[in-house]
Design a protein around this ligand. Sequence first.
Ligand SMILES: Cc1ncc(COP(=O)(O)O)c(C=O)c1O
Length: 400
Amino acid sequence: MSVIYLDNNATTKVDPEVIDLMLPYLRDYYGNPSSMHTFGGQLGKAVKIARQQLAALIGADESEIVYTSCGTEGDNAAIRAALLAQPEKRHIITTQVEHPAVLNVCKQLETQGYNVTYLSVNSQGQLDLNELEASLTGNTALVTIMYANNETGTIFPIEQIGLRVKEYGALFHVDAVQAVGKIPMNMKNSTIDMLTLSGHKIHAPKGIGALYVRRGVRFRPLLLGGHQERGRRAGTENVPSIIALGRAAELELLHLEEATTRERKLRDRLEQTLLAKIPDCEVNGDPTQRLPNTTNIGFKYIEGEAILLSLNKYGICASSGSACTSGSLEPSHVLRAMGLPYTTLHGSIRFSLSRYTTEAEIDRVIEVMPDIVARLRAMSPFKNDDAGWLQSQEQALAHS
Ligand SMILES: Cc1ncc(COP(=O)(O)O)c(C=O)c1O
């Protein structure tokens, strides 16, 4: 059975062209770019080209790119660097819907004497800029806010946020792991000081990412050791993956407009047809300010995980935002922050497309979903019964 992969916000297929390009750097050119000999030293040139390719995708200068191992490292490094550079300031602003790569750092910082404001979101997952303004003070070291949400695709008004952040002299870090390659970006006209991206979300391999650090921003490295990355990230360069990320970035830029237009069209068809064919379901997230490849749909009265298992039987990969904590399923923190009703919260799933998604794949999902939902609802003791569902969930929570 072939796989229909609609989980591209989790990770993406590596572009075959990218694999071909990186293989010689695993097999033949395995030197260390810091070496004195030609065999290693010559790799510096290839790394430089890759750095330029990546910088071009976000409109940055190559000197502003710091390679990391993943998006999580980029987020951790940016937050730590911002705080180390301004030891007198003890306040951080973030949102309730960030990825754990930001939220868990913030939670730990709270135990170390930092004061963290977690901005709320409305039912569409949008921020209230008045709440941001009211939270900013001269003691705010850092505002760290995602560009686009991984679960709903909701896009935040990053430059409007940045203008307010700059009025208070705080540093502005943006987790753009889901947005890079899907939204055109130009760091030259931006208020962003640091921006995180991750290779495996843009058809490069896992294990490589980057942090953009605006020239002039005081930066303290997270990893200490050698002088790689101009002293901003120690560790021998992951040359094959850096080369891969460069080409993947070049392809993202090349395809950005046409791919996102195509993905949006496919996504909208999927969404509109499911909404028309299946009763009691709704789209979660901002209807207009949303990533073109993402749809998160709540199917009332059933469990998202049951839908995923049923889809899996057809080889269809999607996702729910639930976290498995100590054996019980916790609904997604993002959907909870949006204040969605219990009935929707538990039955929400995300489909995320890529430039490889085909019309036939979308047709297949449209074909199988109505029966899956109808079958699961027929088994649900609480169909059309909000009160009964709520009561059962409350009881389950009380016993967990
Ligand atoms: C918004 C966001 N930030 C950070 C990350 C972490 O990226 P990585 O998996 O490369 O560590 C992810 C991964 O899903 C993400 O969606």
